[in-house]
Design a protein around this ligand. Sequence first.
Ligand code: G3P
Length: 218
Amino acid sequence: MKFFIDTANLAQIQEAQELGVLDGVTTNPSLMAKEGISGDANVKAHYKAICAIVDGDVSAEVIATDYEGMIKEGEELAALDEKIVVKIPMIKDGVKALKYFSDKGIKTNCTLIFSAGQALMAAKAGATYVSPFIGRLDDISTDGLDLIESIRIIFDNYDFGTEILAASVRHPMHIIQCAEIGADVMTGPLSAMEALLKHPLTDIGLAKFLADHAKANG
Ligand code: G3P
C-alpha cells in the first residue's frame, strides 16, 4: 500500500519524505488555506515546492466546478510538474473532466467519494485514483471501511486500473484496516504514520537492552 501525506505543510512533507516511506502527497483547498496559501501565483509556487520535496504523485485540486473551468485549471496545474495529479470533485462536470484528462494521459484523483456508485462512475471515466473519505463517513456513524471494501470488490470484479486512495484517514487503525482490505493508497496525517511505528514494549525492550549493555560495558 502506498503512503501519501494529506497536508500542504512543507515541513511535515519534508519530515515524511525523510522517514523514507512517503509515496506522494494529497492537498485540498482547505489544507492550502490552513497554510495561508492564497492567490493563483502563490498556490502554483506552493505546488512546485511540494513537488521539489517528494518523489511521487502530488494531488492538486481544481476550484472550478464547471467543465471548461476544470479543464483550464487542470491543464495549468498539470503543466507545473509531471508529478501533479489533477484532483477533480465527484460532480457531473467532474466526471466529464476525468474522461478528458484520462484521454489526454493526465493523471486524476476523483475526490469527495462517499459511495460505491460514485467510485464506479469515476473508474468508468478513467480516473487514476478515487478518494473515498473514510473518516468523514465515520463522523456520521457510518463505517467508512465498508466503502473501501465495496469499492475493492467492484474494481477487482472488472479489473479497473483505477487505484483506491483511502482518504480522510484519521488514525493508525484506519491505515492497518485499509491495508487489510487492500486499498492501493492511503492518505493521512504524519501523526497517523508515526503512530504505526510505536509500541510500548519496543520502548521497554530497548531501554532494557541499553541498560544491560551499559552494565556489561561499564
Ligand atoms: O484530502 C481529503 C481528505 O483526506 C480530507 O480529510 O480529515 O478533512 O476529512 P478530513
